[in-house]
Design a protein around this ligand. Structure first.
Ligand SMILES: *Cc1c(COP(=O)(O)O)cnc(C)c1O
Length: 464
């Protein structure tokens, strides 16, 4: 039986297809033609085929090509209310950090070249000065993320020896980062002391033996222990460690460079305070409260940082020039503290006045209401945002949200359809769903025009 379709070669000569070939390239267009013909053939076998003349073929090829050329990694609106959302990319970079990273991407640069001596340089020295200046530490090194920082720190200073940790701090951060597992991967023997709710100074002293290499404190990032509790402060742990000639390691997780409570935000540990309290090594993330690129920062005593840098894992965990460029510009912003809450998006969003958020809510509410139609009710309500990324879940910041509820009782499938449509937009909108409402926390909405634009594309019916 003769094929009901024109040949692939013939199709490739259609005027529209020739234009598409200029945009997408011949290989992609030929793949597209074969794919749409195969799809149609399958539909025909299933007796569900639509007509397939020149116009339909060209349209099918165009949409196949367009779909394939949409990148997987896309911009979206984070309206979850969690400002530093690990699944949504954590910190957004400052313009200065973006510009500096672009320079490093496109140009040759002195990544490992000392411009003064003309000799080979060290990549970490590009940011070490800023990190020591901002934390009061003697030395600093940079790796790919804080999980890597903890792993390398342990491997560098305690390999094949013991590290003493409170049972109240044997945490899991998520994504399988668990302190006991990290210890094992670093070839370090974990010595647990104290109990889940109470650990005392003497517990640490008693946990130290001949093969102890360090004491370690882990910031309880994502949970709280309340009630009959006791933990040992960094200063007291440093006392015990130093009395035995051992270093104190502190994994801070979020670790801020400034006191956030000065901006009315929940208090988070400040790296410089932990160094002042006597910690010998402190690890923290670059893309949490710091507001920079994904990175793990290790600051502390020079002799210990030197040892860490000599460990073979350092080479495997080191960061790229993009990270260093973005980190350097981010750290430089901290020198101009009056401008910090404008320049760093993380701090700008966390400190955003509630009146601003409410004003946005007032302006966009009619657009959302119109887009959702009469089946939905859209109200403006006070909610609480979270800092996210290992800041305490009980530390919340008042915010304002658009709250969508469904008019009819049975709303489960309507919510599924709505959130799916919001995810399918050219710039997806991600909110949070509670029992029977969809909450769009507007704290992180800055590009209002683009948002309204998306709402106008929201066509709820065809997806049903
Ligand atoms: C977030 C966190 C980590 C992991 O940091 P990443 O930068 O995500 O690798 C480790 N320890 C603590 C205490 C944290 O809060």
């Amino acid at each position: 039986m003769p094929s009901p379709y024109p040949s692939v070669d013939r199709i490739s000569q259609y005027a529209v297809i020739l234009t598409l070939t200029q945009s997408y390239g011949r290989t992609a267009v030929m793949d597209a033609i074969r794919a749409v013909l195969a799809d149609h053939r399958a539909d025909r076998d299933a007796q569900s085929a639509a007509p397939f003349g020149e116009t339909e073929i060209c349209e099918a090829v165009r949409s196949w090509l367009m779909e394939r050329s949409t990148p997987s990694l896309r911009r979206l609106f984070n309206l979850t209310g969690t400002v530093l959302h690990t699944n949504l990319g954590r910190a957004r970079l400052s313009q200065a950090a973006i510009d500096h990273a672009i320079m490093a991407m496109g140009e040759a640069c002195n990544l490992e070249f000392d411009l003064e001596t003309g000799q080979r340089g060290e990549r970490d020295s590009l940011v070490e000065g800023l990190l020591t200046e901002l934390t009061g530490a003697e030395a600093a090194t940079v790796v790919n993320n804080n999980a890597a920082a903890v792993l390398l720190t342990l491997a560098g200073v305690a390999q094949k020896r013991q590290v003493v940790v409170s049972r109240g701090e044997l945490i899991e951060i998520g994504g399988s980062f668990r302190i006991p597992d990290v210890m094992r991967s670093a070839n370090v023997r974990l010595i647990e002391v104290g109990t889940t709710n109470r650990t005392h100074k003497a517990d640490f002293a008693n946990g130290i033996g001949p093969s102890t290499a360090a004491l370690m404190k882990v910031h309880a990032s994502n949970y709280v222990i309340q009630g009959f509790t006791a933990a040992v402060s960094e200063a007291d742990m440093a006392d015990v460690a130093h009395a035995h000639g051992l270093p104190l390691i502190v994994d801070l997780g979020a670790g801020s460079l400034i006191d956030l409570s000065a901006y009315g935000l929940p208090k988070e540990p400040v790296v410089a305070d932990i160094i002042k309290a006597g910690a010998d090594l402190v690890t923290f993330s670059g893309d949490k409260l710091l507001g920079g690129p994904q990175a793990g920062l290790i600051v502390g005593k020079k002799a210990l940082i030197d040892r860490i840098n000599r460990h073979p894992l350092k080479r495997a965990l080191r960061v790229s020039k993009l990270t260093l460029a973005a980190l350097e510009a981010t750290l430089m912003a901290y020198r101009h503290s009056e401008r910090l809450t404008q320049d760093l998006p993380t701090l700008r969003l966390l400190t955003r006045p509630i009146a601003d958020i409410e004003a946005i809510a007032q302006r966009v509410q009619p657009h959302l209401s119109a887009a959702l139609g009469p089946d939905w009710q859209v109200t403006i309500q006070p909610v609480f945002s979270q800092v996210g990324s290992g800041s305490l879940p009980i530390d919340v910041i008042p915010s304002m949200a658009l709250v969508c509820t469904f008019a009819q009782k049975k709303s489960g499938s309507a919510f599924k359809a709505l959130t799916a449509r919001l995810r399918q937009l050219p710039i997806p909108i991600i909110g949070r769903v509670t029992d029977n409402s969809l909450i769009l926390d507007l704290r992180c909405l800055e590009e209002e025009g683009d948002f309204v634009d998306q709402l106008q594309r929201l066509d709820l019916k065809p997806s049903r």
